[in-house]
Design a binder for this molecule. Structure first.
Ligand code: GDP
Ligand code: MN
Ligand code: MN
Ligand code: MN
Length: 267
């Protein structure tokens, strides 16, 4: 496979039609995977906000005070309020806020971004990135009407797949990398279970999360700074003849690391 950034995209603002902007600049092929940084999806969807939109409640003030005590830096309680309002579960509140967003993604500060955000203090993640991906996909020129949000069968159509990506940290390792937070037209994973390795041993557990792997590659090309390349096309990626699965965000029941966090007292 190979990857390239879509050239000459403008500064994105509320109401912009990302699918049209992409289609005008690239002749997409049916088996392309179009990776769109959540930053521009959020800007197009009007997810810019100001700290003033989030008057801090008591819980946010408590969190900000504690963070300030721990780090020695003043923390704006309105930022903590914004994170709380974007989240359905608080996994850690110190020394940083780790939460689950409404759509199931766990990340620091609910993925609220403060870089590449003109015209606002904050950029919230798209409300439902899966639906954003589906909408962008439906608008790509020459695209057939897609059939549903999470149908592995969608790979069989002749429409490019779309990923919505974000740059995200991870536990246990330094540094950040791209992850997929929304996807359409491609299964989240390819399931190797039941296939064999080179010694003929059957693979028992390997479910390879393809959309994060593709998102990481795309993020590498998109960059993090002033490059102006939020959309990356992956060409000639071959999903291969494997079963697909759309499991991506773990449910708390099967997430033992998250369960262990719940039992940990951070004081
Ligand atoms: P995130 O990973 O989704 O948080 O996005 P980043 O802030 O890391 O930006 C990814 C890429 O998109 C970088 O190359 C930025 O320069 C670029 N970018 C961000 N916003 C815009 C925009 O409105 N227009 C264009 N053309 N590029 C943008
Ligand atoms: Mn950013
Ligand atoms: Mn981001
Ligand atoms: Mn980034």
């Amino acid at each position: 496979m190979h990857l390239f950034a879509v050239p000459d995209l403008p500064e994105i603002g509320p109401g912009d039609d990302l699918a049209a902007l992409i289609s005008e600049r690239v002749d997409l092929r049916p088996d392309d995977v179009v990776c769109v940084a959540s930053t521009v999806v959020s800007k197009a969807e009007g997810r810019t906000a100001d700290l003033a939109d989030f008057p801090a409640g008591p819980r946010a003030r408590e969190i900000a005070d504690r963070l300030a005590d721990l780090t020695g830096d003043e923390k704006d309680p309105r930022f903590a309020q914004a994170v709380l309002e974007e989240s359905v579960d608080l996994l850690m509140e110190a020394p940083f806020l780790l939460t689950e967003t409404r759509f199931g993604h766990v990340g620091v500060n609910a993925g609220i971004d403060r870089s590449n955000v003109p015209g606002g203090d904050l950029l919230l993640l798209p409300e439902r990135p899966g639906e954003s991906a589906e909408r962008i996909r439906a608008g790509l020129s020459g695209a057939d009407a897609p059939t549903g949000v999470d149908t592995p069968a969608a790979t069989a159509t002749d429409t490019p797949a779309v990923l919505v990506t974000d740059t995200c940290g991870r536990p246990f390792r330094h540094g950040q990398r791209g992850v997929a937070i929304g996807w359409a037209g491609i299964p989240a994973s390819r399931d190797w279970r039941g296939e064999t390795d080179r010694d003929g041993r059957e693979l028992g557990v390997t479910v390879e999360n393809v959309i994060d792997e593709l998102a990481a590659a795309a993020n590498l090309v998109a960059g993090e700074g002033a490059g102006g390349t939020p959309v990356v096309v992956i060409r000639e990626f071959d999903f291969g003849d494997h079963a697909g699965s759309d499991n991506h965000f773990r449910e708390i029941e099967g997430d033992f690391v998250r369960q262990a966090l719940r039992e940990w007292d951070f004081d």
